[in-house]
Write a protein of this length. Structure first.
Lengths: 120, 744
């Protein structure tokens, strides 16, 4: 069973994604802030990280950079940025920070599931 | 042309008619003299002829008496007749002959009575006897040689008529000597020739000057012929050419000489006078020299005097002019200096600089020994600055009433004092230690003096009008400079205040801007987060993840999802508009194939179009690369194609691409409802809604076309639209190949 780390501070969104992913048969690990996310990413070794960009403590991009820094030569986990920042350049910034993909909020479940399926 | 030439010409013109008149008069006089002489000559000839005729007539009459006498008829009485005839001969001095019609001499007083007598000699010319015989009238004959008298004779024959027939002829013969004697008695001017010629032109008597030759010496005009009334004779008066012409020549020569002399005299006189006149006139043009004799022509002398006077005046005027010119030069230098000082004043920015400019300026300007710049400081005069040969009162303050500059300021008028120690307005104690003997004080700003300029002299002096004017001008300029400095300082203060205000406002604006950016960002985030839940959960439920749904639930939930989608679209558009209007829209330029992008867009509408039964046409035309923001171009195309599909119920939506100048032109044409003219006008306005069949269209955000056009403009392009109600619309997006450099 694939393990997905969902980094998300908004409860409703978290619940939406958790429910959707678990219903679809994934194991979901949750991080409510950036610091936890870095720790969990290292400890839980997820198969995919869904990263919110706007977090209470750290910026999602910063978190991504740290995770990538910790990986240092080891296995590279795919990180997909999930954000409502739909401004030009956000995608580029995310990719530059080390993300593998970019999903814009609000998410359409059907579309969303088919997109993450590609990274697993 | 010189005056002399002109005058000479004038004289010639005047003399010429006189000469012509003289010549005419001379000719006339000569001709009349000639006429006179001709008359004299012809009357002389006539007189001679008349005298000859009287002479002959007397003899004819006497012969006639003899012829009538009966003594003639009877030869027995011829002895008595002879005696009668002898009486005749004694009376008239010419012999008498009686002849018969056969020309036989019967009696001749030349011969003794009874002596045999010859026939009458035949005459060469007109003989008297035959003529008288023939005509029955007395006749005078031409010259014959008398056979008895043995000398040239002329005869008079008178017929003795008896019963109408010539019975005998009575003749008398006269020796030509008798006529010669008569001619010799005529008083004849010397040189003239007088002849008595018979009918045969043979000379009966002739009187000629010595050496006279009628053939060569006489012209026709010099020949006067008078015929005798009784005979065929004629009296001829001849004047030899030399005699005839001499008076003419004499008169002509005399006249010519006189005319020549007169002309010469008038010419010479005229020339002399004209030369004198010309010289006099010419002397007018020469400059006046002392000792030059005054011209003797009154008018010219007057003109000379006038000229001399005006020359004198001109010299005086020139001298004055020279003087004024020097003054003007001096004034000019001073004015130039004044201008320099004024220029310097106009650049001053403080009272100190003004004082500096004024003190040196005032002193230099009129060459005074000292100058002060005095400020009015409430109740006192402040001698702020000075430029003087020895120190005056720099830095001192005096009550206005106790100093002369104070007086000038209070009275608002210029003060000129030639002797400071004779003027009561002057505080003498203050002036005693100084060099000042004379002064002038000019207030600065006459209406309400700010101060005064003082100028001082070590020797008694009274400044001229020009000098005073210069100082007053300097005072006026100083007033302006002081006002300027005041305004400048005021302005500087205000600028500082205003700059501070502006900096403040700028900070506030920056804050506002930051707040706006934050608002946009948070709008984006905060509005989407709830939508995230709405769209997400509706999606999950519709997917059946939370259990099976009834048809009604599915329909209603579908409506929720659709509305949420619409709301999301609206939020996105509003955020876009905000960003563009705030100038915060970021462009992400890349080079891409516009055809491929159009294809993608077309594909994204394939399902919707198919559902509506519309044809979606796209004529790909190779690869056309543009450099632009792909996402933004896509946004525009989605809007245009989406509208076309939305407003077209049947037919087709056709997309075409063509190159247009420096870019591409993408046309989206539909066969939809089209638009009214009034809708076209507000088509690209924000939140404008068009009406279709009288109903406003409520679908969409009302921002689509507005946003599309703003984005197109942002990319250096444009959107235009054409439409026909009921027939369809065509939207054209123009995009440049290259994003304009100056926009980046």
């Amino acid at each position: 069973m694939k393990k997905i780390l969902v980094v998300e501070d908004n409860e409703q969104n978290l619940y939406l994604m958790q429910y959707m992913l678990e219903t679809s048969g994934y194991t979901v690990v949750v991080a409510l802030n950036g610091t936890d996310a870095v720790v969990l990413a290292a400890r839980e070794k997820p198969d995919l990280i869904l990263m919110d960009i706007q977090l209470p403590d750290l910026d999602g991009l910063e978190v991504t950079s740290r995770i990538r820094a910790l990986e240092a030569g080891g296995k590279v986990v795919p990180i997909v940025a999930v954000t409502s920042f739909a401004m030009t350049g956000d995608r580029e910034k995310a990719l530059a920070a080390g993300c593998n993909g970019y999903i814009e909020k609000p998410i359409d479940p059907e579309n969303f599931l088919s997109q993450i399926g590609r990274y697993l | 042309m010189t005056l002399q030439k002109l005058l000479t010409r004038l004289i010639l013109f005047c003399v010429c008619p006189l000469i012509l008149l003289s010549i005419f008069l001379a000719a006339y006089s000569v001709l009349s003299k000639q006429d006179e002489r001709n008359i004299e000559a012809s009357s002389l000839a006539k007189n001679v002829a008349v005298a000859i005729d009287q002479y002959l007539q007397a003899r004819v009459s006497a012969l006639h008496m003899l012829a009538e006498s009966s003594l003639v008829d009877d030869p027995a009485k011829w002895k008595d007749f002879y005696r009668e005839a002898q009486g005749f001969q004694q009376g008239f001095g010419s012999h008498v002959i009686l002849a018969d019609p056969q020309m036989r001499m019967l009696v001749n007083t030349r011969a003794p009575f009874g002596a045999p007598l010859p026939f009458l000699p035949p005459s060469k010319g007109r003989a008297a006897a035959p003529t008288a015989l023939k005509t029955g009238k007395p006749a005078v004959g031409d010259i014959v040689f008398g056979p008895v008298a043995r000398e040239p004779l002329v005869a008079i024959a008178v017929p003795s008529l008896r019963e109408g027939k010539v019975a005998n002829l009575l003749l008398t013969t006269m020796a030509t000597r008798q006529f010669q004697a008569r001619l010799d008695q005529v008083s004849l001017p010397s040189g003239w020739a007088l002849s008595l010629l018979d009918g045969n032109a043979t000379a009966i008597a002739r009187r000629v000057p010595p050496g006279f030759n009628a053939q060569t010496d006489v012209d026709k005009a010099g020949r006067f012929v008078v015929k005798s009334g009784l005979s065929s004779w004629s009296v001829v008066l001849e004047i030899p050419r030399s005699i005839y012409r001499q008076p003419l020549i004499e008169a002509g020569t005399a006249l010519a000489f006189v005319i020549f002399c007169a002309a010469l005299i008038s010419l010479l006189g005229g020339l002399l006078v004209s030369r004198r006149l010309a010289k006099s006139v010419a002397s007018l043009a020469e400059p006046f020299a002392a000792g030059t004799p005054s011209p003797d022509i009154a008018e010219i002398a007057a003109a000379r005097r006038l000229l001399d006077e005006s020359a004198q005046q001109q010299r005086q005027a020139n001298a004055k002019l020279q003087e004024s010119a020097e003054e003007i030069l001096c004034l000019n230098d001073r004015l130039r200096y004044l201008i320099q000082v004024i220029q310097r004043l106009s650049n001053t920015q403080s009272l100190e600089e003004i004082a500096e400019a004024v003190r040196t300026g005032a002193r230099q300007l009129i060459g005074a020994d000292g100058a002060t710049f005095v400020l009015r400081d409430q109740g006192s005069c402040f001698y702020m600055d000075e430029d003087a040969m020895t120190p005056l009162w720099k830095g001192s303050r005096f009550p206005l009433e106790r100093c002369i500059s104070g007086w000038a300021m209070l009275h608002r008028e210029t003060v000129i004092i030639e002797d400071v120690f004779k003027d009561d307005r002057i505080p003498h104690d203050l002036y005693r230690p100084t060099f000042v003997k004379s002064l002038a004080i000019v207030p600065i700003h006459t209406q309400d003096p700010y101060g005064a300029i003082g100028v001082y002299w070590a020797k008694m002096n009274r400044p001229g009008g020009d000098e005073l004017l210069l100082i007053q001008t300097l005072a006026d300029a100083t007033a302006i400079a002081m006002e300027n400095v005041r305004s400048y300082q005021e302005l500087e203060k205000r600028v500082r205040e205003r700059t501070a205000e502006l900096a403040d406002a700028n900070l506030r604006l920056q804050e506002l801007d930051r707040l706006k950016s934050m608002f946009i960002a948070s709008m984006s985030h905060e509005l989407r987060t709830p939508l995230n839940s709405i769209i997400g959960f509706t999606g999950i439920i519709l997917m059946g993840m939370s259990g099976e749904l009834s048809a009604a639930q599915r329909k209603q939930l579908g409506m929720v999802k659709k509305s949420a989608g619409h709301l999301l679209e609206l939020i996105n558009d509003v955020i876009d508009v905000s960003k563009i209007e705030a100038g915060k829209a970021e462009l992400n330029m890349e080079t891409f194939d516009i055809g491929e992008l159009i294809h993608d867009v077309k594909e994204s509408f394939a399902v919707i179009a198919a559902d509506k039964g519309l044809r979606l046409e796209w004529n790909a035309d190779g690869k056309v690369e543009v450099s632009s923001d792909r996402r933004r171009v896509r946004q525009i195309l989605v809007n245009l194609v989406g509208n076309a599909v939305k407003f077209t119920e049947s037919g087709a939506v056709a997309i075409s691409l063509s190159r247009a100048g420096e870019g591409v032109s993408i046309k989206v044409r539909d066969t939809g409802v089209g638009m009214q003219r009034e809708d076209m006008a507000k088509l690209f306005e924000a939140f404008s809604r068009i009406t279709i069949q009288g109903r406003p269209v409520v679908e969409g955000t009302g921002l689509g076309l507005y946003l599309s056009r703003r984005i197109a403009e942002l990319l250096g392009g444009d959107i235009t639209a054409e439409s026909e109600p009921g027939r369809g619309s065509e939207f054209t997006l123009y995009l440049p190949y290259q994003y304009p450099e100056d926009r980046t």
